[in-house]
Design a protein around this ligand. Structure first.
Ligand SMILES: Cc1cc2nc3c(=O)[nH]c(=O)nc-3n(C[C@H](O)[C@H](O)[C@H](O)COP(=O)(O)OP(=O)(O)OC[C@H]3O[C@@H](n4cnc5c(N)ncnc54)[C@H](O)[C@@H]3O)c2cc1C
Length: 332
């Protein structure tokens, strides 16, 4: 069966399908038991104020469930409801900058993402704070699969033709293998489910990397930040970079205080990347060093090269630990 289907997609696509919600009764019960007056913006959740002389008073100045959950978790560490920093924006900023990242693990979002199997191979390498359910090529027949066409191939007619021919041929091969293997193992495997799985498992081996896949993906805010750090930058492959940028845009709308320190910029090559506070800080240091190069003698230049190398090491260490606190003086 030969068919040319309209089955080419150009971009990975991210759908936000789930987000944190508050169990307000539980929160109210907890704060009532602790004798803390608790209000979300102007809405009191607990009994009225001033029932007891020693009652603490905590009004949180956001109604964003994810941010409320994270701040409540952070405040429990130091029994700090109503005490200290009560403004959500600097509170979350400080949590992130000080490396107290377990606090932002309490908010989780759910996504469905469609991309190629090239993309999914990289995407599923992220393990911590993440749940993954991927469309199975053993259970799902791939005769009608979509294929992700890379922009570099799309813009060259010859390259695009090669791609389209390969897709056509691999789909033909897939469908033919389904027929051949089904026939061959008909007697050998009487269980129909096992037989279908075996047939599809072996036939999928001719499907290209560009075959589209679906992943249901759940990640907490800490894992999302790590993913964005690694995948929304110029070193990442373009398809996963696009999913990371789409996720970042969604998250900046969903939980601005947790994700607003990222800045999305266009590179000279014309694609979007996320710039972190750390990137901005290191850029500034590097610029300062470069400016000094023009006015100093060679010996000093050498020393500065050494400093630049040390900075590279610090940068990679920081990216590993995410604890950027010791760079604070330069950030001011
Ligand atoms: C630009 C780029 C190029 C890459 N190239 C390659 C490549 O050529 N080949 C390849 O195989 N992979 C490659 N990768 C994938 C990379 O090695 C990671 O597997 C992937 O980025 C997931 O990162 P992660 O392990 O930090 O994430 P997660 O699995 O989510 O882990 C999060 C963090 O938890 C901690 N952690 C997780 N597991 C352990 C553990 N077992 N022990 C101790 N600490 C742990 C670490 O701090 C880790 O950073 C590349 C990634 C990038 C961004």
């Amino acid at each position: 069966m030969e068919s040319v289907k309209n089955n080419i997609v150009l971009e990975p696509k991210v759908y936000l399908v789930g987000k944190p919600a508050l169990a307000k009764k539980g929160l109210a019960d907890f704060f009532n038991d602790e004798n803390i007056f608790f209000a979300i913006q102007n809405e009191p959740l607990t009994r009225m104020k001033f029932l007891e002389p020693k009652q603490k008073d905590w009004t949180i100045n956001t109604d964003n469930p994810a941010e409320i959950l994270c701040m409540t978790a952070g405040k429990i560490c130091y029994d700090a409801y109503g005490k200290g920093n009560n403004d959500i924006e600097p509170y979350i900023k400080n949590i992130i900058e000080s490396g107290h990242h377990s606090v932002i693990e309490h908010a989780q979002w759910n996504f469905i993402i469609k991309g190629s199997r090239i993309w999914s191979h990289e995407h599923v390498r992220h393990r911590i704070g993440i749940g993954i359910s991927q469309r199975s090529q053993r259970y799902v027949k791939e005769s009608d699969a979509n294929f992700v066409l890379r922009p570099e191939i799309a813009k060259n007619p010859e390259a695009k033709k090669i791609f389209e021919n390969l897709i056509k041929e691999s789909q033909k091969a897939y469908d033919r293998l389904i027929e051949i293997v089904s026939e061959d193992i008909k007697e050998q495997i009487p269980d129909s489910t096992l037989r279908i799985k075996t047939v599809r498992s072996s036939s999928r081996s001719v499907m290209p990397n560009a075959t589209e896949t679906y992943i249901f993906w759940s990640a907490n805010a800490r894992a999302l930040r790590h993913y964005i750090d690694l995948r929304a930058n110029k070193h990442a492959d373009q398809e996963i970079r696009k999913t990371a940028i789409q996720i970042l845009k969604i998250m900046q709308a969903e939980a601005p205080n947790i994700f607003d320190d990222y800045e999305i910029k266009k590179t000279a090559e014309g694609f979007e990347v996320a710039i972190t506070k750390l990137d901005r800080c290191l850029d500034r240091i590097k610029k300062q060093l470069e400016e000094q190069y023009e006015t100093r003698n060679d010996e000093i230049k050498l020393k500065e090269q050494v400093i630049a190398e040390i900075l590279k090491v610090i940068e990679s260490k920081i990216l590993q630990t995410k604890n950027i606190q010791f760079l604070k003086p330069q950030m001011k």
